[in-house]
Write a protein that binds this ligand. Sequence first.
Ligand SMILES: NC(=O)c1ccc[n+]([C@@H]2O[C@H](COP(=O)([O-])OP(=O)(O)OC[C@H]3O[C@@H](n4cnc5c(N)ncnc54)[C@H](O)[C@@H]3O)[C@@H](O)[C@H]2O)c1
Ligand SMILES: [Zn+2]
Ligand SMILES: [Zn+2]
Length: 381
Amino acid sequence: MSNSERTPERTPEEETAQQTVKGVIAREKGAEVELADIVIPAPGPNDVVVKVQATGVCHTDLAYRDGDIEDAFPFLLGHETAGIVETVGEDVTHVEPGDFVVLNWRAVCGECRACRKGDTKNCFNTHNASKSMTLEDGTVLTAALGIGSFAEKTLVHEKQCTQVNPDEDPAAAGLLGCGIMAGLGAAVNTADVQRGETVAVFGLGGVGLAAVAGAALAGATKVIAVDVDKRKCDAATERFGATYAICSKDLSEDEVIEKVRELTGGYGPDVTIDAVGIQPTWRQAFYSRDLAGRMVMVGVPNQTDHVDIPAIDLYARGGSIKPAWYGDCLPERDFPTYVDLHLDGRFPLGEFVSERIGLGDVEEAFTKMKQGDVLRSVVEI
Ligand SMILES: NC(=O)c1ccc[n+]([C@@H]2O[C@H](COP(=O)([O-])OP(=O)(O)OC[C@H]3O[C@@H](n4cnc5c(N)ncnc54)[C@H](O)[C@@H]3O)[C@@H](O)[C@H]2O)c1
Ligand SMILES: [Zn+2]
Ligand SMILES: [Zn+2]
């Protein structure tokens, strides 16, 4: 490349260190995703280039491409990722080349007002790479959840990399990077399910089934799984530790609530988890729980939805309603733990991998996701 062709803000050293790889972008709202050449700049002092091995297809990627999250097109999609650290910036100490890592979108800063009071899971200033990945013409790409890893390589902050046991299958490990951790953590961290408690989970996609498995792992004696899709109900009881499943397809909202209560001595579960994010499941989770029960919202509502319940029901029923962002996880504490539990046969992480696909198959994977045919399609590179 001649000097005249260089992007002016890049030094000659950076030019030699930058790389061009293939990645999946969403160019405009609702348009099909496309495979493009992506420029990965040389890492800044605390940045890391990761060679991607596997990335799960998450609902949030589809939400980005549909413009439901923000309008900063074009996006570089993908964020549920495991890979190998390739090159590191000059000040990086957290990882080194060759490390097997799961990427996270909660690289806590340690200095914001939440971190200072020890509430690091609510960090308001999480770290991302200091530089942007671009298209070849210099157009800046917005990386999904600050990661952007439906790509052969990606650029992240060193603290977005969490080392886990390299014996793990990258396709399984990467799923901890978002949806599976979100559901699992909703049960284990946010609801803080205790041994002997009863739990109901509404919606059994990857997130809901992870909540089911998390509740079982935490020692819940009854785990009730609810979905409109019979296939998901069967998966919940056969592979993820649910003790009962309710297929709610032909049931009214009140009938679902009644059935959940019947299965828990007429009172309702101690904990209910909405893993869909729509009015009917929100109401089912709210009204089916026991008095003073805890309800967790992990399903993401759309931008315009409202919840209309009598204020007296909020007050008189007691208990709590808690949103769960990323399962209230701390990646450095939680990712290695659940990888080890999986490798020891105590957590069904590998069961979430429904199919392994290539970088060119992401659009098709969105269709399968919408039809409920998969828990997770995982792009392998
Ligand atoms: N809070 C977080 O940090 C976080 C992270 C990742 C995903 N999410 C959200 O979690 C939700 C679930 O994600 P997913 O990947 O499991 O999605 P998914 O589409 O795979 O699963 C949704 C499930 O809900 C079921 N469902 C739909 N309508 C229902 C109803 N009326 N009653 C019962 N079940 C119903 C579907 O059959 C499906 O099995 C989404 O809203 C997603 O955005 C939240
Ligand atoms: Zn912070
Ligand atoms: Zn996700």
